[in-house]
Design a binder for this molecule. Structure first.
Ligand code: NAP
Length: 439
C-alpha cells in the first residue's frame, strides 16, 4: 500500500472508543488507511487508566488490545497534544480525510442543590481521577479525616467510589492507585460509607457483577435492607416483563441481604428512595438532607417526608457531561450527531466529521459497548469517503512536545518498574514528571 493512496484519518482522544475506532479502521481491508491519534494527556488509554477502579485490575487488561493496535505501522500516537491549543479542528479538517472525535465526557453532572460548593463535597469526576493519578488532579484536595461518607447515585461509578472508600486501605496498597490518594486514604478515618439511590433496588443502574463483588469484601460489612429488597420483589410481581438485568440485580441484592460480610469495623450500606435536597454545613460538609421517596403505581414520588444524615464527605456520582471542543457543535453534553456523523446547527452532516464513544452517545455503557459502536461509525465513515476527495492529505506535523508511542512506552515501562514485585505499576502523578519520563 502506498501512503499516497491511503486515506488519512485522525482520532481525537486515546480512550477505549478511540482505540476501538482505530482497530475497526485498521482491521478492514477495503480501503488503505493511515490513522493518527491525538491525546491531550501525556498518556493514552483514557478511562481505562483514569476511570477504572484500581481494585478491578481485570477490567484494565483491555489495555493489551490497545497496545496491539498501537503496534500497527499505519498507526501513530501523538499524546500531550491539545485541540484548541496546539492544533485547531479546522487544521485537522484540512490535514485529514476524516476527523473522528472520541473525546469522552469528563465533567461530573451536578445535583443542582444548595451546598454542592462546600468543602468536602465533590463529584466523582473529580474524586475518581484523583485516586487514579490523573495529572490534572495532582493538586486536588480530599479530606478523609471524618468518619462518614455519602455517595449519591446508584450506578457503577457510585459503586466504585463507595467500595474504594469502604475497603481497608491496605487492600488498595497492592493496586495501581495513586500514591497521593493512598497516603490520604491511609491517614483517613472513613469507616461508614452510604451509597444513596433516589429510586428502588429494581431501578438501580449498578450491574450485577459489581453487586456480586460486594459479597467478596473481606474487611467491610455490606448492608442492604431486606425490607427494601422484599418490597421490590413484591412490586416486580406486577411487572409484565422483568428485564434480565433487573432480575440479575435483584438476585444479587437478595444474596447481599443474607450472605454479605458482617462483623467488621467498616461498613458500606446501600439506601434506597432518598433524593438529595441539600448539602448542609458551615465551613465544611456536615450532613445531607434527603426527600423520602415512595412508589405510587409505578411512579417514584416524593412522600413529603425528609431525613438528614450526617456526612463528612459527599461524592455525587450521577453521571457525566462534556464541555465540548471549540469548533464542535454540542447538544446536551454530547457532540451533535446522527449515528456518529457530526451535524451542524441545521442538522446537516459536516463532511468528514465523526464522533464515537461517550462524546457521541453520552456517558453510558461499559468499555466493550464502545467496540460495536465505534465499528459501526467507522463503517459509515468509510462508506461516506467513497473513493476519497482526491486531494492528498499529509496529516499534521506533531508539535515538538508531542509524546509518541516510544515516549509512552518509556513512561509505561518506568511506571511498571516502580511497581516492583507488589504493584502492577506506580503512576507518575504529575504532568511534568510524565513528560520527563517520556524522554
Ligand atoms: P449511570 O449508570 O447512568 O448512573 C447514574 C446514577 O445517578 C443513576 O442511579 C441515577 O438515578 C442517579 N442520578 C442521576 N441524577 C440524580 C439526581 N439528581 N439525584 C440522585 N441520583 C441521581 O452513571 P455512572 O455510574 O456515572 O456510570 C456511567 C457508565 O459507566 C455506566 O454505563 C456504567 O455502567 C459504566 N461503568 C461501568 C463500570 C464497570 O463495568 N465496572 C464501572 C464504572 C462505570 P436514576 O436512575 O434515578 O436517574
Amino acid at each position: 500500500m502506498s501512503a499516497l493512496s491511503a486515506v488519512r484519518i485522525v482520532i481525537v482522544g486515546a480512550g477505549p472508543a478511540g482505540y476501538f475506532a482505530a482497530q475497526a479502521l485498521l482491521n478492514q481491508e477495503d480501503k488503505p488507511v493511515l490513522v493518527d491519534m491525538i491525546e491531550k494527556l501525556p498518556t493514552p488509554w483514557g478511562l481505562v487508566r483514569s476511570g477504572v477502579a484500581p481494585d478491578h485490575p481485570k477490567i484494565r487488561t483491555v489495555s493489551k488490545v490497545f497496545e496491539k493496535i498501537s503496534e500497527d505501522p499505519r498507526f501513530r500516537l501523538m499524546a500531550n497534544v491539545e485541540i484548541g491549543k496546539d492544533v485547531t479542528v479546522a487544521q485537522l479538517q484540512d490535514a485529514y480525510d476524516a476527523v473522528v472525535f472520541a473525546s469522552g465526557a469528563d465533567l461530573g453532572r451536578t445535583l443542582g442543590i444548595p451546598g454542592e460548593d462546600l468543602p468536602g463535597a465533590m463529584t466523582a469526576a473529580e474524586f475518581v481521577p484523583w485516586y487514579n493519578a490523573h495529572p490534572d488532579f495532582a493538586d486536588f484536595k480530599v479530606n478523609l479525616s471524618g468518619k462518614r461518607a455519602i455517595v449519591i447515585g446508584a450506578g457503577n461509578v457510585a459503586m466504585d467510589v463507595g467500595r474504594l472508600l469502604a475497603v481497608e486501605p491496605e487492600e488498595l496498597a497492592s493496586t495501581d492507585i495513586s500514591d497521593i490518594a493512598l497516603e490520604v486514604i491511609r491517614a483517613g478515618n472513613i469507616t461508614d460509607v452510604t451509597i444513596v439511590a433516589r429510586r428502588g433496588p429494581e431501578h438501580a443502574a449498578f450491574t450485577s457483577p459489581e453487586l456480586r463483588d460486594l459479597l467478596e469484601l473481606e474487611h467491610t460489612n455490606v448492608v442492604v435492607s431486606s425490607a427494601d429488597v422484599n418490597a421490590a420483589h413484591t412490586r416486580l410481581e406486577s411487572w409484565e416483563v422483568i428485564p434480565k438485568d433487573v432480575r440479575q440485580n435483584m438476585e444479587a441484592f437478595t444474596k447481599l441481604t443474607t450472605d454479605a460480610p458482617t462483623g467488621n469495623r467498616r461498613t458500606l450500606e446501600i439506601k434506597f428512595f432518598l433524593a438529595p435536597l441539600k448539602i448542609i454545613g458551615t465551613n465544611h460538609v456536615e450532613a445531607v438532607r434527603f426527600a423520602v421517596n415512595g412508589i405510587r403505581g409505578t411512579d417514584v414520588v416524593a412522600t413529603g417526608e425528609e431525613v438528614t444524615f450526617p456526612a463528612d464527605l459527599v461524592v455525587s456520582a450521577v453521571g457525566y457531561t462534556s464541555e465540548g471542543i471549540d469548533g464542535l457543535p454540542l447538544e446536551r453534553g454530547k457532540v451533535r450527531n446522527l449515528d456518529g456523523r457530526v451535524q451542524d446547527e441545521t442538522g446537516a452532516h459536516i463532511p468528514g466529521m465523526y464522533v464515537v464513544g461517550w462524546a457521541k452517545r453520552g456517558p453510558s455503557g461499559v468499555i466493550g459497548t464502545n467496540k460495536s459502536d465505534a465499528t459501526q461509525v467507522m463503517e459509515r465513515l468509510l462508506e461516506d469517503l467513497g473513493t476519497g476527495s482526491g486531494v492528498p492529505r499529509n496529516g499534521i506535523t506533531p508539535p515538538p512536545h508531542a509524546i509518541d508511542l516510544a515516549g509512552w512506552k518509556l513512561i509505561n515501562e518506568r511506571e511498571i518498574a516502580r511497581g516492583g514485585e507488589t504493584r502492577p505499576r506506580v503512576k507518575f502523578p504529575i504532568r511534568t514528571e510524565l513528560i520527563q519520563n517520556a524522554r
